[in-house]
Design a protein around this ligand. Structure first.
Ligand code: 6R9
Length: 650
């Protein structure tokens, strides 16, 4: 099997990797057999505690009593761990390199400067009335102030809820309401790929929703100087409230289980869920995975291309790197603007040693061939990572050869918003690589495969990926809905954490993630529930019913294929086609725009009225000779009609 081709353990890495294979195996063994000892030791070595913990793990996956606590009597502060403790030794070293959308704009922030900015902004937030435990919504562009705002929240014990700047006003309003965020932090405009993003205008529009009336203040950062509307009762400029503040602010002692942040993510049903992460376990897990997965050494220049609006931006752009005292690059733009060589150019310009990006970006660059590396050397790179979706072996090989010049090990890191940090991944210097495999579990992680009945599959097998026991970075609950938490993650295969992903394990015990087994799409690494897109579609006044399925897409991984039935009397037209696409952009955001609309007279339903997605998936991918049993449909003739209509789908 070609996928069994093994890549060298080390590639070009000198002999100074943090771990070798045997050390990984020994540590893994200890982490599973003696979790209290293992995490107790690493927790005190890797983090600074205001009050040390005496208890380590206290977790239960028992149905009806799911409860996850780590280090529950310890006190610490995240911003102090990410900033203060580095000041004495490396206060003048660079914490954040900012690279603008425009290649001519960049800046650097040392740890000392970061400390001052965070303290000042913490004091400003306090003055605005933000209290410990309150939720602050961030709707920010990719500028250093996004990290400053996150860290300031953690400093005063506020809980941040970041909403990706690409989400629409409607989506933003929904998250503000669900999380009860009385404060919103934003900017006048963002800039991406040469285009402006009207962040403040979107906030204004979101807050027109009468259910957002409780919002007390909107802090606005001046990024572009573009024109904005101003509500003097509510809006304040970032610079106005910050400039006269003291550059000191004592870090609030937080319990390890105090909420740290909420981040909304899509599931297979209902509205996006507010994933809640807490302080101690999350920070330790982000810190430790960052250190070992990227083989971090002082002096490394680390670049993660994710946006702070996603979990990768939380754990591996901000918290993991800064807790390790690393230099992290925050990039405002996109990997292929102004040219497809941009990513490689940024690597050369800042002498990046560790690069962490997504398969969708790799595939988009791969489509440009050598233009993606034209005129660059990338010789500073030593480790490259991938995250967000399965990386196909072709893209892996291209990344390895063309970007990394066959020198750099690739860490294909599998994890989720819910897991807080990386769960399955190679470790540089320790794990032999197979293109397309996320390989082996990180410390403390016990993955297993089960069939649909929940029977555990041993050896080489394929099935549903579950995790048998808790790790410190695990989410603690769905904000405001613990029952939904239990229902979603602990009821399908009771006593275990259900990931929603399928996986295969090969003869060497390596894991190959095959993708979601539920109705969740992964479009360019962005997670979206089919139900979410469908409910946006049916909210359109002319649409009667909608069903959404994923179809393979060369660059995006998956594309969105939407079946739509119109209300009686409505006609499909080119105009309506445009209107429906624009509607979804408005309801959710550009990332949810369907790629293909299929005007359907009717959808295939069982006699009990359930839409048969299996059939819709097959029709969308032209696999009509393997439709399977259609006799259970209320009206089997619907299928032929759908196949006929397909020629007009666009
Ligand atoms: C970190 C992040 C989670 C879903 C996850 C899976 C897919 C992420 C992957 C991967 C294969 C990888 N996924 N990394 N699939 N290989 N290395 O992406 O979180 O946005 O919550 O998405 O993404 O399907 O379940 P999130």
């Amino acid at each position: 099997m070609s996928e069994q081709k093994l890549y060298p353990v080390k590639a070009n890495i000198a002999d100074n990797c943090l771990l070798n294979d045997q050390q990984y195996l020994d540590m893994y063994q200890e982490s599973i057999t003696q979790p209290d000892q293992f995490w107790g030791k690493h927790g005190s070595e890797l983090l600074d505690w205001i009050q040390p913990y005496t208890k380590v793990k206290n977790t239960s996956y028992d149905p009806g009593h799911v409860s996850i606590k780590w280090f529950e009597d310890g006190l610490l502060n995240v911003s102090a761990n990410c900033i203060d403790r580095h000041l004495q030794e490396r206060g003048d070293e660079v914490a954040i390199i900012w690279e603008g959308d425009n290649p001519e704009e960049d800046s650097k922030l040392t740890y000392n400067e970061l400390y001052q900015q965070v303290c000042k902004f913490s004091n400003a937030l306090k003055q605005q009335g933000v209290k410990k435990g309150e939720v602050v919504c961030l709707y920010m562009p990719m500028v250093p102030e996004a990290a400053v705002a996150m860290l300031a929240c953690t400093r005063i014990g506020a809980v941040h809820s970041i909403v990706f700047g690409g989400f629409s006003p409607e989506a933003l309003a929904g998250r503000i309401i669900d999380s009860n965020s009385k404060y919103v932090i934003t900017a006048d405009e963002g800039v991406r790929g040469g285009r402006g993003v009207p962040l403040k205008a979107n906030v204004d529009q979101a807050l027109e929703n009468p259910d957002c009336e409780f919002v007390k203040s909107v802090v606005v950062l001046k990024r572009t100087g573009g024109e904005v509307n101003w509500n003097a009762n509510r809006d304040v400029w970032w610079h106005d409230i910050t400039e006269n503040q003291a550059a000191d602010c004592p870090p609030e002692p937080m319990n390890a289980e105090d909420p740290l942040f909420i981040l909304y993510t899509s599931g297979s049903t209902g509205k996006p869920k507010g994933v809640l992460h807490t302080t101690g376990g999350y920070l330790l897990y982000a810190t430790m995975t960052f250190r070992y997965v990227f083989d971090y050494h002082p002096g490394d220049i680390y670049w993660c291309t994710a946006d702070v609006g996603w979990i990768t931006g939380h754990s591996y752009l901000v918290y993991g790197p800064l807790a390790n005292g690393a230099t992290t690059i925050l990039f405002e733009g996109v990997p292929n603007y102004p040219t497809s060589a941009r990513m490689s150019e940024v690597c050369d310009k800042h002498q990046v040693t560790i690069l962490y990006t997504a398969p969708t970006a790799i595939r988009a660059l791969m489509a440009q061939g050598d233009a993606a590396v034209q005129g660059t050397s990338r010789s500073s790179l030593r480790i490259m990572g991938s995250v967000g979706e399965p990386i196909n072996p072709e893209a892996w090989e291209w990344y390895y050869r063309t970007i990394g010049d066959e020198r750099c090990p690739i860490v294909d890191t599998w994890w989720q918003t819910e897991t807080g940090g990386i769960l399955i991944t190679p470790l540089p210097g320790a794990t032999a690589l197979k293109p397309g495999s996320a390989t082996r579990p990180f410390f403390g992680v016990q993955p297993a495969l089960v069939d649909n009945e929940g029977n555990v599959l041993e050896g080489a097998a394929e099935g549903n990926l579950i995790i048998k026991d808790s790790w410190p970075g695990q989410m603690r609950t769905v904000y405001g809905d613990h029952e939904r938490f239990e229902q979603t993650y602990f009821s399908t295969f009771p006593g275990t954490y259900t990931t929603g992903d399928g996986a295969r394990r090969d003869e060497d015990g390596y894991f190959w993630i095959t993708g979601r087994v539920d109705d969740v799409l992964n479009v360019s690494g962005h997670r979206m529930g089919t139900a979410e897109i469908e409910s946006a579609l049916v909210a359109h006044p002319k649409i009667s019913e909608a069903a959404v399925v994923g179809v393979p897409h060369e660059i995006k991984g998956q594309g969105i294929y939407a079946y739509i039935t119109l209300n009686a009397g409505e006609e499909a037209s080119a105009e309506l086609h445009k209107e429906v696409k624009a509607w979804v952009r408005k309801e959710i955001g550009p990332i949810a725009t369907p790629d293909i609309l299929h005007w359907a007279e009717a959808l295939p339903k069982t006699r009990s009225g359930k839409i048969m997605r299996r059939i819709l998936r097959k029709i969308a991918t032209n696999e009509t000779d393997s439709l399977g049993d259609t006799s259970t449909l209320a009206d089997p003739s619907v299928v032929d009609k759908l196949i006929e209509e397909k020629s007009n789908a666009a």
